[in-house]
Design a protein around this ligand. Structure first.
Ligand SMILES: Cc1cc2nc3c(=O)[nH]c(=O)nc-3n(C[C@H](O)[C@H](O)[C@H](O)COP(=O)(O)OP(=O)(O)OC[C@H]3O[C@@H](n4cnc5c(N)ncnc54)[C@H](O)[C@@H]3O)c2cc1C
Length: 358
């Protein structure tokens, strides 16, 4: 059993649930003014934006939490949160621990929607990327990726090089719905070149897909069950309703960030689930917690989109210029240059976390 004992009991206590992009950033920023504890089940940060690479056999780059957190004296409880008591301001964990907080940051991210149980062992998701890699390594046949959004496209392109497997992509809509016509054309051209056969406009259920292996990427659900059970206000989209400062609309001593929060900004409108939004919302939530506890005014989230980046295998990609609200513009960069840019963007997320730890 654990309790969140912190080296400095005289400081206010901030508990951060989740050690993804948003939770880590919030924890490192809140440490300016508080004794911060992160609750997360593993000792390493998962670079979720590389899970399609992991599925394609590339080793995941595990970033150990301990050195990152130690530099800001943030404590880690290695456990999963199981309950929140907003009246007592406590969180329970699956190791029997009870952790008190003055401020809570809820950053439990999201999971692939609608495929619990793995459907005959044929269906995999980004969360089971390592198991998918092992399955693809042991045989050959046909793998179909379901979902035409960024995750589906990146996954299909990455798996296309996998020896012994033919790759298909099926989507109920079109491939790359958030891209400009030029961007979509490039994605289709590269998928054709890689031998990925694409079916558009066909909705399927996991059990219906004619394939040896199915990779389900169709949509994400925010991990807000714990919040809802605790009585925190959750919107129709399943995400925590927050104000401009990222405080829960129903419980202002709880902040939320990343995929779990229905964050918005004047320039961007409602933010989509993305690493690109998790880092800035985590930063803002952490800074606001620190400001509030230090008696300063919190600041509203200011965010605007600049680009969307897609990897299309290791040798091609797409960088799509977008307006402040994510509307695609006319400028696209493609080919190897775009692949290199995308790789730099992914590396910059880890660099941002390392910088925040200093
Ligand atoms: C294959 C793939 C590619 C992607 N590519 C991109 C991209 O190129 N660009 C982009 O912007 N976005 C991309 N995304 C989306 C991006 O990964 C997510 O939006 C981002 O990870 C959200 O960050 P987060 O911190 O909110 O949540 P997560 O990264 O999901 O982190 C949530 C954390 O909460 C922890 N947790 C969960 N439950 C509990 C619990 N009960 N107790 C304690 N801890 C718990 C988890 O272990 C994890 O540490 C991609 C996603 C996938 C799957």
């Amino acid at each position: 059993m654990s309790t969140s004992t912190h080296p400095d009991p005289s400081r206010p206590r901030v508990l951060v649930l989740g050690a993804g992009y948003a939770g880590l950033m919030a924890a490192l920023r809140a440490a300016d003014a508080a004794a911060v504890t992160v609750v997360a089940p593993t000792d390493a940060f998962t670079e979720r934006v590389r899970q399609h690479e992991r599925a394609a056999g590339r080793p995941g780059a595990a970033l150990p939490l301990a050195p990152l957190l130690a530099r800001r004296a943030v404590t880690h409880v290695r456990a999963s949160a199981t309950g929140i008591d907003t009246a007592r301001r406590t969180v329970t964990t699956d190791d029997g621990g009870v952790h008190h907080y003055d401020r809570l940051v809820y950053a439990l991210g999201s999971r692939t929607r609608g495929v619990a149980g793995g459907h005959d062992g044929r269906v995999f998701t980004a969360e089971t990327a390592a198991a998918l890699d092992a399955r693809l390594a042991e045989g050959s046949g046909r793998v179909v990726v379901v979902g035409g959004g960024a995750t589906g496209v990146e996954t299909a392109a990455e798996l296309a090089g996998r020896p012994g497997w033919t790759v298909g992509l099926t989507t109920a809509g079109v491939v790359g719905p958030s891209l400009s016509p030029r961007g979509r054309t490039h994605v289709r051209t590269v998928l054709d070149r890689l031998g990925v056969d694409v079916t558009q406009g066909v909705a399927v259920a996991p059990g219906d897909v004619d394939a040896d292996v199915v990779v389900w990427t169709a949509s994400l659900a925010a991990s807000t069950g714990l919040a809802a059970d605790a009585g925190l206000q959750v919107g129709a989209d399943g995400r925590l309703v927050v104000d401009a400062f990222l405080r829960s609309a129903s419980h202002p001593d709880v902040y939320a960030a990343g995929d779990a929060a229905a964050a918005w900004s004047p320039a961007a409108g409602p933010l989509r689930m993305a690493c690109a939004t998790a880092l800035p919302t985590g930063t803002r939530a952490g800074r606001n917690v620190a400001a509030e506890l230090a008696g300063r005014e919190p600041a509203p989230l200011r965010f605007r989109y600049h680009v969307q980046c897609l990897s299309l295998g290791r040798d091609d990609g797409l960088v799509q210029q977008v307006g402040p609200d994510d509307t695609p513009g006319g400028v696209v960069v493609t080919g190897r240059v775009a692949a290199l840019l995308k790789e730099q963007v992914v590396r910059s997320t880890v660099r941002a976390l390392r910088l925040a730890a200093r």
